[in-house]
Each structure stands twice: as C-alpha cells, then as structure tokens.
Design a protein around this ligand. Structure first.
Ligand SMILES: Cc1cc2nc3c(=O)[nH]c(=O)nc-3n(C[C@H](O)[C@H](O)[C@H](O)COP(=O)(O)OP(=O)(O)OC[C@H]3O[C@@H](n4cnc5c(N)ncnc54)[C@H](O)[C@@H]3O)c2cc1C
Ligand code: FES
Length: 302
C-alpha cells in the first residue's frame, strides 16, 4: 500500500499526486515510470515519475484522466492509498551534454518531459522548452518548466495563451532561424511526435520520443508494448520508453493503441454509471491490506 500524501488538480482532468514510495524515490532516474494498480481487481497502468524527493521518500506522478483507471485515480485524495506500485521501470533517459536541447511537451506530455528537461539542464545543456496544449486551461507546469529551462515557448491550438498554433510551428521557427539545435526530445500524442520527427529528419537532428504504447506487465514478458523501429521489434517497457524518433513506425503504434478502443469505451461507460462503487473498492482493498499485510501475494518494488 502506498500512501498519497498530497493531491491537487493542475488543470481540468489533470492531477498531481505525491505518493510515499521510498525505495522508488531513491532509485529512480529521469525518463523512468511506475506501474500501479488501485485495487485488488484493478488494471495495471504505467505512469511516468515526474519528480521525486529521496529524503522525504516520495515520488510525484501527474495523471490525465482519459479512461476508467486514470479517472478513478483522479478521484483519490491525500490520505487515500494506491494498492500496488512497481518501479522504477524502463530505461532512464540518455542524459549528455548535447549543446542546445529542445524539449517539447504536448498536453500531459509536458509532465513526462519535465524530469528529462530538468536532467538535461543539470547536465549543462541550453534547454529550450516548448509546451503545447489545446487551450489555456490545459497548459500545465508552466512555472516548474520555466524554472528549469533557458527559454520557454507556449503554444495553444486556439490561441487563448502563448502563440496560436502547434508545437511544431515553434520548432520549425527555431530550426529555420538558423539556430543550432543539437538534440530534440518530444513527448505527447503519437501524431505530434511523428510531426516533430518529420520536422527534424531532413537536418539529421538527433530526435528522441517517449512512446505511450499499451503496457501490462512492464517487464518485457507480455508483448503488449511491442513497437517497430528500423532496428526491428522492441518492447517500450524494457528497451524504452524513449526511442530514436526517425526510426519509429508511428502508424503501427497508433493502430496498436486503438486495438481495445471499444472495450475501453465500454468500461469507461460502466464506470461512469457508478464511480463511487470503484472508489469504495480502492478504499476497501487498501483497508484490508492495512489490516492483513501478511496475506499479500504481490511483490513489493525492488
Ligand atoms: C511509459 C508510459 C508512461 C506514461 N506516463 C503517463 C503519465 O505520466 N501521465 C499520464 O496521464 N499518462 C501516462 N501514460 C498513459 C497512461 O498509462 C494511460 O493514459 C492509462 O493507462 C489509461 O488507462 P485508463 O484505464 O484510464 O484508460 P483506457 O480507457 O484503458 O484507455 C484510454 C487510452 O489510454 C491508453 N492506454 C490504455 N491502457 C494503457 C496502458 N496499459 N498503457 C499505456 N497506455 C494505455 C490508450 O491509448 C487508450 O486509448 C503513460 C503511458 C506509458 C506507456
Ligand atoms: S508491457 Fe509487457 S512486454 Fe512491455
């Protein structure tokens, strides 16, 4: 059981949680994620470790409520708990002194890009952050990203904040101005990451994307997160989640991510009829776990 010590909405449907997980907090590196389960019958979902405090023994996750489990998670408050949390998983981001690094976060991708942007800055890079959202109220982590970047550009699709347009418009502007760009990291919806890859391909700018493929076990055993790159088939959970953007088959990624769309929609529909029932399951599972820690069968994080 992993206690939630703080929880706050950053935008509609986007919530930041601070969770007690001392061993994960001590080991995690930028780019890694956890897989958690909310209750005894819940599904396992991957979430990036946005930050950690090894002294306090806590990690931060930022969650966008898109389906049943993320919407249920976003109903939890400080004092509630998550039943299982495994991590840190995945390969850490490659952090080097590249020179000028452009870090792009689209939507909740800003939360996933934040820890890597911070590590790139600490490694001595000149970091240009581009944060994009559909509209003003969906821009997240503006202050946090400003604090760890040298330049911050904000775009909204509808022009309600920052510059109207897409993150790729800003990226193209930087490249076409003749400024030297040594490294690009893009995290967001697959089609956004694909557009970034196309914007940098001709100039051969090293470009990395973090893939949100469907995950189940997170250990390379189930095959759920298989993606195709020019190097062949890879598993995002153990070989990634970051990959060379110019080699990724984005069409296949999109196709595989839509595979269970019908079942996901049905499960969300049923959940929304009685969300309090699932909330009760989370609280009951955690209460039982607290009363009978000896009957746990799941492994604790390493
Ligand atoms: C390495 C990694 C890190 C991630 N980090 C974050 C994060 O920091 N914050 C955040 O809000 N989201 C993150 N995600 C996405 C998050 O895991 C999904 O939104 C979540 O699993 C959706 O579950 P659901 O039951 O709420 O929705 P569902 O109804 O099950 O699905 C809604 C959509 O979410 C995606 N999805 C569903 N199940 C999974 C799964 N097991 N793994 C990956 N994607 C799935 C699918 O595209 C689906 O269409 C990350 C995904 C990966 C792979
Ligand atoms: S999540 Fe099962 S192989 Fe990656």
């Amino acid at each position: 059981m992993f206690l939630i010590v703080a929880a706050r909405f950053l935008a509609p449907d986007v919530k930041r949680f601070t969770i007690e997980a001392p061993r994960v907090a001590k080991k995690r590196k930028a780019g890694q994620f956890v897989i958690l389960r909310l209750h005894a019958h819940g599904e396992r979902i991957p979430l990036t470790i946005a930050d950690s405090d090894p002294d306090a023994g806590t990690i931060t996750i930022i969650v966008q409520g898109v389906g049943k489990t993320t919407k249920l998670l976003n109903m939890l408050e400080a004092g509630d708990a998550v039943l299982d949390l495994v991590g840190p998983l995945g390969r850490p981001s490659e952090i080097e002194r590249f020179g000028t690094a452009v870090v792009i976060g689209g939507g909740v991708g800003a939360a996933i890009a934040y820890p890597t942007a911070k590590a790139l800055r600490e490694a001595g890079n000149h970091v240009i952050a581009i944060v994009g959202a559909r509209s003003r109220e969906l821009v997240i982590l503006e202050d946090e990203i400003r604090a760890i970047s040298d330049e911050l550009l904000i775009t909204t699709d509808d022009g309600t904040y920052g510059t109207m347009g897409f993150v790729t418009d800003q990226l193209r502007g930087i490249i076409e101005s003749g400024r030297r760009v040594d490294y690009v990291l893009a995290i967001g919806p697959p089609r956004m990451m694909q557009a970034v890859a196309e914007a940098t391909r001709a100039r051969g700018i090293r470009t990395v994307v973090s893939l949100n493929s469907l995950m189940v076990d997170g250990t390379g055993m189930c095959g759920g997160c298989r993606i195709l790159t020019t190097g062949g088939a890879r598993f995002a959970c153990v070989d990634g989640p970051e990959f060379d953007a110019h080699g990724v088959d984005f069409d296949l990624l999109v196709q595989r991510n839509r595979k269970y769309a019908r079942q996901e929609a049905e499960s969300l529909r049923r959940f929304l009829e009685h969300p309090e029932r699932d909330l009760g399951l989370v609280r009951e599972s955690c209460r039982l776990e607290q009363q009978h820690p000896e009957v746990r069968c799941e492994a604790r994080p390493s």
